[in-house]
Design a protein around this ligand. Structure first.
Ligand code: TXA
Ligand code: MG
Length: 324
């Protein structure tokens, strides 16, 4: 094993204590869930969340799924309607993610939701992730624990191979049971297909009898053909400020709120020291502050197109050209 490989610890009290220590220190840890291994970090710590993106080498900021121990914890973060509460009651803990309005006082880092006013949240059905949630007392953001562009990991060895040299620790609790990512639902729409089908979630039989009594092949349980899943990108529009946004701005023009970086000082800065991870952590908060300022337009200093800077520039370009 090369020295750059992460440590792999078998699930147990000592492993969870060590993982919790990494999370408390603002780092990220690969953890099994019942779907795939996730790369977990404290969802209330924007620097820690930026670290997830850096480790994965994701070229863009997609909103992440937040994991919580139970429905009560979820209700402190998101606003549930009757449909959502019904689904949560029937399928949590389990491979179901609900997209819901985020509470303003939830304390979730804006980078988790990529600046959106909705949040994707789920209660995992796995002893290791549940133990880490209990040990940290924090909501945990966790995308699949693979480098950007590679397939989702269902074993600790997959994680170690994909993220060698990028993360400190993997908790190994064997292969995951579902093997594919959770079903994502917004309202009654499936945004991402997953282990729970349309019929599981919304048919009368799925509703009255739950999953356990599902009869394979029962036509009543097949998804209706007219209810096709939509790609997440179709509904999860990117956050964009309501004002004109100018990129690569070396100085402030009249009427602009300048978001600085490094040597370019502004009304605000993504990182005065030119630290790209800090800049990623501050990005969506800075855009929201700029939007709320009295200046009619926004400008942003040049951001280097390296490392996590690629993801920052991707989101800035989308914010500048929301329709493209
Ligand atoms: O099974 C899973 O869900 C795994 C395990 C680790 O829990 N996690 C996972 O997370 O797949 P991630 O971050 O790779 O998936 C996030 C998905 C993306 O497709 C994203 O677009 C969608 O959730 N998503 C997150 N927040 C959203 C929002 N506010 N609106 C719409 N879609 C959202
Ligand atoms: Mg993924």
């Amino acid at each position: 094993m090369s020295p750059t490989n992460p440590r792999i610890l078998l699930y147990g009290t000592a492993a969870i204590a060590e993982a919790a220590e990494v999370i408390r220190a603002g780092g990220c840890v690969a953890m099994p869930t019942e779907t795939v291994y996730g790369l977990a970090a404290d969802a209330t710590d924007s620097r820690a969340v930026a670290g997830i993106y850096e480790a994965k080498g994701r070229p863009s900021f997609n909103p992440l799924i937040v994991h919580v121990p139970d429905l009560a914890a979820a209700e402190r973060i998101a606003l549930f309607d009757a449909v959502a509460r019904d689904l949560a009651t029937r399928f949590w803990p389990g491979p179901l993610t609900l997209v819901l309005p985020v509470r303003a006082d939830a304390g979730i880092a804006a980078l988790v939701t990529a600046g959106l006013d909705t949040i994707a949240i789920r209660v995992p059905d796995h002893r290791a992730m549940q133990a880490l949630l209990a040990a940290t007392g924090k909501p945990l953001a966790a995308p699949s624990a693979n480098a950007s562009g590679s397939i989702s990991p269902t074993r600790a060895a997959h994680v170690a191979a994909s993220l060698a040299g990028r993360i400190p620790l993997v908790i190994d609790d064997g292969p995951t049971s579902a093997g594919i990512e959770s079903t994502i639902v917004m309202g009654r729409t499936i945004l991402r297909p997953g282990p729970l089908s349309q019929a599981d979630l919304f048919s009368d039989k799925g509703r009255s009898r739950g999953l356990q009594s599902e009869v394979p092949g029962d036509p009543a349980l097949r998804p209706s053909p007219e209810h096709k899943p939509v790609a997440p990108g179709q509904l999860a529009s990117h956050y964009a400020p309501g004002k004109l946004l100018r990129l690569d701005a070396a100085e402030r023009h009249e009427g602009e709120w300048l978001i600085g970086f490094g040597d370019v000082a502004g009304d605000d800065t993504l990182s005065a020291s030119g630290d790209l991870v800090e800049a990623a952590a501050n990005l969506f908060d800075a855009l929201h502050r700029a939007d709320a300022s009295s200046a009619p337009e926004i400008a942003v200093a040049p951001i280097p197109e390296t490392g996590i800077g690629v993801a920052i520039n991707d989101r800035l370009r989308r914010a500048a050209h929301p329709r493209s």
